[in-house]
Design a protein around this ligand. Structure first.
Ligand code: NI
Length: 445
């Protein structure tokens, strides 16, 4: 692996010690680690060979930490556009689950590869996944060079039931810490409406035994809360609290419908929260009370959820929507400023996932970084870097992506993936499920 100097560049460090943290300088990377930021200077290409260091001209870039996607189901990209404009339970139970039963290993592999290509192109360097046949996802991470936090979705019904324990054990035994430490395995109880209290207890005890965090869909819809109240007399949050689940590190996705008591429990137990604004809006699930959660001192990260309910995996869009949504529903333009959205998408997300030394550009941190081409009309003039990244930038402005000191994209070209083949393999498999087709115009003789 070569060492790198990205010279004469604009760096958004997200370093907590510096509130206004935009620096002009040279970023030094050695053995996959950020070794420092030096004052700007110019290099010429002949120095390259002498130093065995790759020099990258960063003058057109904003370099920032790679984005951390805290919730998703990568292989669901195969179902992108297959069942839109439906409420969650009709979408999931009638449309998605029957198709998921038919998925084979290769489908999950190529669907995940498709998502990884999309995520690299839009600046994500770490993603979280909860699905099944997860060893295929681990393989895709190994090949692509991405970083991932993986769990086998576990539940008492649907595809989650089949082979859940066996696959979870295999994932832990075969993949924990693999791909040079880029793979982290956690446990994935799907939700309170798909896991009985006894099943959740079993997962809780297993989490204690293997000392692993959990991720769960929590209070995503009003239906979920009503169902839990009717069945158990408890909200989903109260149920997890009664079962002692919050004594472990828990990543709670969605958290849209919360009672006062739920918030009290959160304030006390401090689980990680993942806000998925696009998915919640598209499925009409509601809007998570992010302002209240942040005021309660909780760590909030951002997620895309799967591409079948979003319908893309573009974290720039999630930052944009998170900030705008909070301002709109609170009638307050000061809510979720650009800086807060950037934190949710980088350092806070990394903290929630329990990954050390990513999410900031700082000496000693892993070199998970992205370069945004700032020479674009919609980013000009660049008065305020943080605001422009959240309110003006788009995912396709990302032209350089590095994970663990390895370039995955340079000059807009994917270096570890054969994008054409990935799209071909993914489309071939996706069209087995449904091909709406595009009407060909008939030529008249
Ligand atoms: Ni989800």
């Amino acid at each position: 692996m070569p060492d790198f100097i990205i010279y004469n560049t604009t760096i958004l460090s997200m370093d907590e010690g510096k509130p206004h943290n935009v620096i002009q300088g040279n970023l030094h990377i050695k053995d996959g680690i950020i070794t420092g930021i030096a004052p700007p200077s110019l290099y010429n290409s002949t120095e390259n060979n002498k130093r065995e260091t790759a020099l990258i001209d960063g003058s057109n870039f904003i370099i920032m930490p790679g984005l951390v996607n805290c919730h998703g189901h990568a292989a669901m990209s195969l179902f992108r556009g297959i069942a839109d404009d439906l409420p969650l339970h009709e979408w999931l139970i009638k449309n998605i689950w029957p198709k998921e039963f038919r998925l084979k290993k290769e489908d999950v592999y190529w669907g995940t590869m498709l998502s990884i290509a999309e995520m690299i192109r839009s600046g994500t360097t770490t993603f979280t996944d909860m699905y099944f046949l997860m060893e295929e996802v681990a393989k895709a991470i190994e090949v692509s060079g991405m970083r991932g936090v993986l769990s086998r979705g576990m539940g008492g019904i649907g595809i989650m039931k089949k082979n859940a324990w066996r696959e979870t054990n295999n994932l832990i035994n075969n993949w924990q810490g693999k791909a040079n430490g880029r793979i982290k395995i956690i446990l994935g109880p799907h939700a309170v409406y798909t896991c009985s209290p006894d099943y959740l207890k079993k997962i809780r005890d297993f989490a204690a035994k293997v000392n692993l965090p959990l991720q769960i869909h929590l209070s995503e819809t009003k239906w979920e809360v009503d169902h839990s109240m009717k069945k158990y007399g408890l909200t989903p949050v109260e149920m997890l609290n009664n079962l002692g689940i919050f004594e472990h590190q828990v990543i709670c996705s969605h958290c849209v419908h919360l009672s006062i008591n739920d918030l009290r429990i959160f304030e006390n137990k401090k689980p990680g929260i993942v806000h998925n604004p696009s998915s919640n809006l598209k499925l009409g699930s509601g809007i998570a009370p992010v302002k209240t959660l942040l005021e309660a001192g909780l760590n909030v990260g951002l997620g895309t959820d799967g591409a079948a309910s979003n319908n893309n995996l573009n974290m720039f869009e999630e930052m944009h929507i998170a900030s705008l949504l909070a301002k709109g529903i609170n009638n307050d333009p000061t809510q979720i400023p650009a800086r807060t959205s950037l934190e949710m998408a980088t350092c806070k997300g990394a903290e929630i996932l329990g990954i050390q030394k990513i999410g900031r550009i700082k000496e000693g941190y892993r070199a998970d970084i992205i370069g945004i081409n700032k020479k674009r009309p919609h980013l000009s003039p660049l008065h305020e870097v943080e605001a422009q990244l959240v309110y003006s930038a788009i995912g396709s402005d990302v032209e350089l992506v590095m994970v663990d000191g390895k370039l995955l994209m340079n000059k807009g070209e994917l270096l570890t993936l054969d994008e054409e083949r990935i799209m071909h393999e993914a489309e071939k498999r996706a069209f087995r499920f449904k091909h709406k087709g595009i009407t060909n115009l008939k030529t008249s003789e």
